[in-house]
Design a protein around this ligand. Structure first.
Ligand code: DGL
Length: 273
């Protein structure tokens, strides 16, 4: 590329965050708390969610399309706020540009390695995330001698979207899924789906006080803070702008979005793909 076409990053550019739907708003919520001066562009593919049961090829092509949308709007950092996308398409997204990319799997794995006392880690997520083995690989890259027990929990995403965050049915479903993982004597559990931070109190009760829960939304926000500071790209002052792009406005969308974001969910624009 000719030199005159290369535009330098500056700190006022927004952070781009994307997910298969509204789940990534838990990452936006953590970013707003930790980096209150940063502007954020969020993309949620609400017309094509869920990704957690789709093929690798389909998830990759949808994810690349979203990432390119955000790159075209000159984001200074891309955050893959979806474990399913991070599991199967992180390399394809990193190859799109020189813009730094963070993702919830790398963040969750390194937080779990720091949190574990006995080296016994459980991972829960969607079918695609768990089948990919991406968490095991990320964990073993950091520390080879770990014991890892993984469990897909496909019913938890619809229960969260139903708002049944403390419901007895959800507790029973979580207990059923977690039983084989807990039986392995884990001391740390990675919440490997961006919907699960909303279930943290319930999962904490099921897992018991001896199991540390790792919320990758919180961890990726801390990593973003560090990365932007290291590159001189952090933006602390000024009034941040938040823009939300989605591919559809489904039923109960605003109420569900507000639950994930923890604040009014407005300025939403529809991108009709
Ligand atoms: N947000 C997705 C994740 O973190 C779960 C929802 C989906 O299946 O698309 O894996």
């Amino acid at each position: 590329m000719a030199l005159w076409l290369v535009r330098a990053m500056d700190s006022s550019q927004p952070i781009g965050v994307f997910d298969s739907g509204v789940g990534g708003l838990t990452v936006v919520r953590a970013l707003i708390e930790r980096l209150p001066g940063e502007s954020i562009l969020y993309f949620g593919d609400t017309a094509r969610v869920p990704y957690g049961v789709k093929s690798v090829a389909t998830v990759t092509s949808y994810a690349v399309q979203m990432a390119q949308f955000l790159l075209d709007r000159r984001v200074k950092l891309l955050i893959i706020a979806c474990n399913t996308i991070a599991a199967v398409a992180a390399q394809a997204i990193a190859a799109l540009s020189d813009t730094p990319v963070l993702d919830v799997i790398a963040a969750g794995a390194s937080a779990a390695v720091r949190a574990t006392r006995g080296g016994r880690i459980g991972v829960i997520g969607t079918l695609t995330t768990i089948n990919s083995g991406a968490y095991e690989q990320a964990l073993r890259r950091e520390r080879e001698d770990l014991f890892v027990s993984s469990q897909a929990c496909p019913l938890l995403v619809p229960l969260v979207e139903e708002g049944w965050l403390t419901h007895e049915v959800t507790r029973q479903v979580a207990a059923e899924y977690l039983a084989p993982v807990l039986a392995q004597g884990i001391d740390t559990l990675i919440l490997g789906c961006t919907h699960y931070p909303l279930l943290q109190p319930l999962i904490g009760c099921v897992a018991g006080p001896g199991v540390a829960l790792v919320d990758s939304a919180e961890t990726v926000a801390r990593q973003a803070l560090r990365l932007l500071a290291d590159r001189g790209l952090g933006c602390a002052g000024g009034k941040p702008r938040y823009e939300f792009y989605v591919t559809d406005v489904p039923l109960r969308f605003r109420a569900i979005g507000e639950q994930f974001l923890g604040r009014p969910f407005d300025h939403v624009q529809v991108v009709p793909w």
